[in-house]
Design a protein around this ligand. Structure first.
Ligand code: SAH
Ligand code: TMP
Ligand code: ZN
Length: 407
């Protein structure tokens, strides 16, 4: 029996996605033997409503000096973080004498560069050494450590309280979330705000985006489960704002209990979650059936295309694609390669299924008949860039929310 990481009661597994490799573990042929695999499975806690992984991969296996995800590879995300930083400055930092902003999982400095350029005192906490180094080169103060309660105490002793504590696509990565929340409660100034965003459970369920399930995503948050968690640390969810990025995210604003009025949006969102059935086990069983049907449709489609002799590739060697490829058993026989923009991924092979990753610039050298869009959350940006592919008759295959060939 597995215990809930948040409330310690037992959780109910609802979907098992087979043996999985590390989602961002792109590798070279000499590493194929000895590749690490674990059982990917997900469960629901009917006490605190937290959806979570059943098994966890050691953090050092995921976040290290060869980490493959660089936030700034997407121009759309860069614009998102610029707008996010501008909003935070106006709302919470204006008029404050010498404010201090800390960010967890600051990666290559995509957010904090706007604080650094504005002359605002800041600190990035980013354990993956290679991406942290890129941030430092941009003038972003960064320490390469894992954030937890102990580190929070050290940061407060050195820099004083934080007026603003930011996180994007990182809170959901951390199984020891109680330690993180206790640390933030300790570090946050009396009138400070914790503002963070993560993929939203409601969107995952509605869109059957099972590809959000992988080793790094230990949790799948909702406003209801977040409320349960933070209240144990004297904190309160004071706002919840849906975001379109990463296929549907939620931005949570959290403050010390009693410090700030709670927005009506929190109550409204919790009502929506109830209507969606996020508090009921049946919802997750239905999700499992949708996932299984999606796998069947995608593998059927790729099998038919192969029989017809069509050329099919992948577009975007995302961490999400690792789940799809391994769960659906899609290998180089069905997809000859995957094109991507990330230098550290180019020339490697995908985790588990070992499909070669090629430079996206070679995509136009010989257009395939079809390209499976694994970076579906960057669809607009990619379609704009690859207009010529579509113009000359190429077709994208999309599998979210349902499997289809785009016309
Ligand atoms: N915020 C960026 C990066 C998200 S990827 C964005 O939204 O694009 C998640 C990042 O969190 C990785 O760079 C990883 O190294 C970092 N991370 C993982 N565990 C962490 C921890 N305990 N403390 C701080 N950062 C962590
Ligand atoms: P993400 O979905 O986790 O943000 O990862 C995006 C991946 O897709 C990353 O490996 C870079 C790749 N990508 C492209 O290849 N082309 C693009 O235009 C964009 C935006 C991303
Ligand atoms: Zn629980």
């Amino acid at each position: 029996m597995t215990k809930c990481l948040i409330c310690k009661t037992s959780i109910e597994p609802f979907l098992s996605l087979r043996k999985m490799p590390i989602a961002n573990g792109f590798l070279h042929p000499d590493q194929f033997t000895g590749e690490y695999f674990y059982d990917l499975a997900i469960g629901f806690c009917s006490t605190c409503y937290m959806v979570q992984l059943i098994n966890h991969v050691d953090r050092e296996k995921m976040f290290h000096d060869q980490y493959a995800f660089f936030s700034s590879t997407s121009a759309h995300m860069a614009a998102h973080f610029k707008a996010f930083a501008d909003e935070m400055k106006t709302r919470y930092l204006k008029g404050k004498a010498d404010p201090f902003v800390a960010e967890i999982g600051s990666n290559d400095g995509i957010f904090l560069q706007h604080m650094s350029h504005g002359g605002i005192r800041h600190l990035g906490i980013e354990p993956s050494g290679n991406v942290a180094q890129v941030a430092r080169e941009k003038g972003v103060h960064t320490i390469s450590e894992f954030f937890d309660e102990q580190l929070a105490k050290k940061i407060r002793a050195k820099h004083g309280p934080a007026d603003l504590f930011i996180g994007a696509n990182v809170m959901c990565h951390i199984p020891y979330l109680h330690s993180v929340m206790a640390g933030i409660a300790h570090l946050l100034a009396e009138d400070g705000r914790l503002v963070f965003e993560d993929p939203y459970l409601g969107d995952i369920i509605e869109k059957t985006s099972y590809d959000q399930i992988y080793d790094e995503h230990a949790f799948y948050f909702s406003v209801s489960s977040m409320e349960y968690l933070v209240e144990q640390h004297g904190l309160r969810v004071v706002d919840a704002q849906p975001q379109s990025v990463h296929g549907g995210s939620m931005r949570y604003t959290i403050a010390h209990k009693g410090a700030v009025r709670v927005s009506d949006r929190v109550k409204n969102q919790k009502k929506k979650e109830k209507d969606l059935g996020l508090n009921r086990k049946e919802t997750y069983n239905r999700f499992r059936r949708h996932v299984e049907a999606s796998r069947e449709r995608l593998t059927d489609l790729l099998g038919q295309l192969k029989q017809k002799g069509a050329s099919v590739v992948g577009y975007g060697a995302t961490s999400k694609s690792t789940t799809v490829l391994n769960y659906c058993r899609i290998g180089p026989d069905l997809l000859s390669c995957i094109y991507d923009t990330t230098p550290i991924k180019i020339g490697t092979y995908t985790p588990g299924m070992h499909i070669p990753v090629r430079d996206y610039k070679e995509f136009s050298d010989k257009y395939p008949d079809y390209a499976v869009l694994f970076a579906w959350n960057h669809k607009e940006e990619i379609l704009k860039k690859e207009k010529q592919f579509s113009r000359q008759g190429g077709k994208f295959i999309v599998y979210i929310s349902r499997v289809r060939v785009e016309n």
